[in-house]
Design a protein around this ligand. Structure first.
Ligand SMILES: Nc1ncnc2c1ncn2[C@@H]1O[C@H](COP(=O)(O)OP(=O)(O)O)[C@@H](O)[C@H]1O
Ligand SMILES: CC(=O)OP(=O)(O)O
Ligand SMILES: [Mg+2]
Length: 446
């Protein structure tokens, strides 16, 4: 239990996702000099998630973790219509339910998906704000949502320092031949047209967690990471560094997501609509974000929503009739089509990254809302990659894993390992972008 009931110095971590706002409040842990302190310099006080922000009513949850007063709320709130109103509702609850005065928060970490050329976290100044705003067109579902929360923080908690942490930072190690597109390089350099990659805060967290779990330094780990949530991506990690990742200039390319198409033939959009290049006038797109109809269609009106009508992959898996192995079923059952299509695209990246890592893989790691919860998806993907020498999945461990709180779990069956052979385990990691930011914030002494 926290007894620092009136101390200042609290760290708030805000993660503005495409349709959710995830919030965690921490206090710095007392410096003990122990190894544990190096790994966990903050202690979680409470957390809150606001989901379905773009398809109201929003779902609001608020839960104390280590406070002297217990509080728990889980309700639908009609007045939450965007990320800023979600944050304002959280602040109200913080005071009313947890009796915490917002003025105790001295540092606020913001997950910002696109950082462009910024390679490190940055304290928000007018210049940094403008830089992030200028990148909004390259992350139409994300940067403007994060900026609206940054704005709300500056006006409601003016004494707290706001610091932006970027998804793109983790991927600054991509080799140039992997981050470059085969287009005119003069234009590419002038306009910054290259693969940036996203979900980097999640990948940084997973890398740390897996390194601790396997008792192996990060620098010697080769991993295939799958962050499968509303937005989904894959990442090949070689010697602890991002070697390749499936998202690109924007978070649209690579795997499909809740409302995103993922990679398509770029010409497809001009056959889909004659007005691809016109600006979108959808009232749900922030007015200052320059989004064409093509980008709107592929980012917000595609993916699981377009294929099945739901964005919930749990519903898709339950209606996909997975017990029926008839390959023609995909043509009749849209849930099965979505499920099989996702498996197919995941295999595209796993196969490619396995090859790029020359088969020397310590583990494939499932993370994100789908990766952490879909027993069925993990089972089918694991079965398909067994031919590459990955361990077999242990069905009991896979089944039990979704209800466990462990940060990393090994769901592969035991097998004898040859000398010098990488183990090729199958792991699940409960990723936590908020904790990754708070940890970096406490350690960097911002
Ligand atoms: N039991 C489940 N099985 C499969 N997928 C699930 C389950 N529960 C939730 N999900 C999926 O997890 C997604 C949310 O993942 P999350 O990583 O939290 O997304 P984000 O942070 O991008 O909002 C939901 O959109 C839903 O598709
Ligand atoms: C980058 C990205 O797609 O993030 P999220 O999955 O949180 O929407
Ligand atoms: Mg997310």
């Amino acid at each position: 239990m926290s007894n620092a009931s009136s101390d200042k110095n609290l760290i708030l971590s805000l993660n503005a996702g495409s349709s959710s706002l995830k919030i965690s409040l921490y206090e710095p842990s007392a410096p003990s000099g122990s190894v544990e302190f190096l790994v966990k310099p903050v202690k979680l006080l409470l957390k809150s998630t606001i989901s379905s922000i773009s398809s109201p009513p929003a779902q609001f949850s608020f839960e104390s973790v280590s406070l002297s007063s217990q509080c728990h709320k889980d309700e639908k709130i009609d007045s939450i219509t965007d990320h800023a109103s979600a944050f304002s509702h959280f602040l109200h609850c913080l005071k009313q339910e947890a009796s915490i005065d917002g003025r105790r928060i001295t540092r606020i970490c913001h997950r910002v998906v696109h950082g462009g050329d910024y390679t490190d976290p940055v304290e928000i100044s007018q210049e940094a704000y403008d830089h992030i705003e200028n990148l909004s067109d390259l992350a139409p579902l994300h940067n403007s949502a994060a900026l609206s929360v940054i704005k709300a923080c500056i006006s409601t908690l003016p004494d707290a320092k706001s610091i932006a942490y970027f998804d793109t930072t983790f991927h600054t190690t991509l080799p140039i031949h992997i981050s470059s597109y085969a287009i005119d390089q003069n234009i590419a350099h002038k306009k910054g047209l290259k693969k940036y990659g996203f979900h980097g805060l999640s990948y940084a967290f997973i890398l740390n967690a897996v390194s601790q779990y396997l008792q192996k330094p990060k620098e010697s780990l080769n991993l295939i990471l799958l962050h499968l949530g509303s937005g989904a991506s894959a990442c090949a990690v070689q010697n602890g560094k991002s070697l390749d990742t499936s998202m690109g200039l924007t978070p649209l390319s690579g795997l499909p997501g809740a409302t995103r198409s993922g990679t398509i033939d770029p010409s497809l959009i001009f056959h889909y609509t004659a007005r691809a290049g016109r600006m979108s006038h959808d009232p749900n797109v922030a007015t200052h974000v320059g989004v064409t109809r093509a980008e709107d269609l592929l980012n917000r009106k595609s993916g699981w929503k377009a294929l099945t009508g739901t964005t919930d992959f749990g519903v898709i898996a339950s209606k996909a009739e997975l017990g029926n192995r008839d390959p023609a079923l995909s043509a009749q059952n849209p849930y099965r089509l979505a499920f099989d299509l996702f498996v197919d695209r995941i295999l595209d990246f796993v196969g490619s990254y396995h090859l790029k890592l020359k088969g020397d893989v310590d583990a494939i790691v499932f993370a994100g809302g789908i990766g952490e919860r879909s027993v069925e998806l993990r089972a089918i993907v694991s079965d398909r990659i067994a031919c590459l020498g990955y361990r077999a999945l242990c069905p009991e461990k896979n089944e039990r894993a979704s209800s466990s709180d462990n940060v990393v779990q090994d769901i592969s069956a035991e097998r004898r390992q040859e000398a010098n052979e990488r183990p090729k385990r199958i792991l699940i990691c409960r990723t936590d972008e908020q904790l990754e930011m708070a940890r970096q914030c406490a350690q960097a002494h911002f």
